[in-house]
Design a protein around this ligand. Structure first.
Ligand SMILES: [Zn+2]
Length: 278
């Protein structure tokens, strides 16, 4: 069972695992060869041994019964029949029960890979029959590095700051980051700038937080009000700003100590700014 938040690669990993299990010529690094009959048919989307079921839309007892019926037949070619069941927590309780017996005593050629975003909704009898792998949210830094690699491959010039904002907005889901990045490229062509990204995503420029903090520190209330007015005029929501400002204060406190500075999920340039403003 693969558990974890959406967009972190559970189904993708399930597919890679399924392909690798059935590869008849696994490489020395335990990767699928991409050349054998099984790999080729998988890559063409024609594999007869790998089945995917989306439990979000096929969650009835009948759906599971027809799956269980299929499981009875040994694979015609290859070693294993692999069933990937996505969003498994969506199965009805009747469907879960119909599934239990097969999950408990599957035929030796059957492997089930279950994926879910909500492990707590899976009944203990199912959980206890599975090996559980927890997938974590992907770090902002890792997402933005990945976007950077894509940008290079696609000949897109992208500000590190811009990619960072996209990664932040994606909240740990690479899939979301990729689709936002895609939108940005559609909008700005092969040059993705920080300004364009914050305008498009309606993100407040972090400069505002630094500036307003610089004005608060000496008690320069008039300037604070003018800056606040400026950002309201730009169409930003006051509540949104306050939430962002409190996040900024939190980051400043974290920046007080060199050791905790690494906890800030920001780019190098911004980290330097925090170091100065703390
Ligand atoms: Zn292969």
């Amino acid at each position: 069972m693969f558990c974890g938040p959406r967009g972190v690669g559970k189904t993708t990993c399930a597919r890679i695992l399924a392909k690798t299990i059935n590869c008849s010529n696994i490489t020395a690094d335990t990767e699928a060869c991409n050349e054998c009959e099984s790999c080729v048919s998988f890559n063409n989307g024609q594999s007869l041994n790998i089945f995917e079921l989306d439990a979000a839309s096929n969650n009835s007892v009948e759906d599971i019964r027809s799956l269980v019926d299929q499981v009875r037949f040994a694979p015609a070619s290859g070693h294993y029949k692999i069933y990937i069941i996505d969003e498994v927590h969506m199965l009805s309780s009747g469907a879960f029960n119909a599934f239990l017996k097969t999950l408990e005593e599957p035929p030796p050629y059957a492997i089930f890979i279950l994926a879910t975003t909500e492990k707590h909704k899976i009944i203990p009898t199912i959980l206890s029959r599975c090996q559980i792998f927890d997938f974590n949210r992907i770090k902002v830094e890792d997402i933005s590095k990945h976007l950077q690699q894509i940008a290079v491959k696609e000949n897109i010039e992208a500000d590190p700051e811009a990619l960072h904002i996209i990664a932040q907005k994606a909240e740990g889901a690479l899939r979301d980051a990729l689709s936002i990045f895609d939108q940005m490229v559609t909008f700005s062509g092969n040059k993705v700038t920080y300004k364009d990204v914050i305008n498009n995503l309606n993100v407040l420029d972090y400069e505002y937080y630094f500036r307003i903090t610089d004005q608060i520190l000496p008690g320069n209330i008039s300037s604070v009000l003018l800056t606040f007015n400026e950002l309201l005029n730009e169409g930003f929501d006051g509540h949104h700003f306050i939430a962002g400002l409190s996040g900024h204060f939190r980051d400043l406190m974290v920046a007080k100590d060199e050791i905790t500075l690494q906890l800030l999920e920001v780019t190098e340039v911004v980290r330097e700014k925090y170091k100065v403003q703390k």
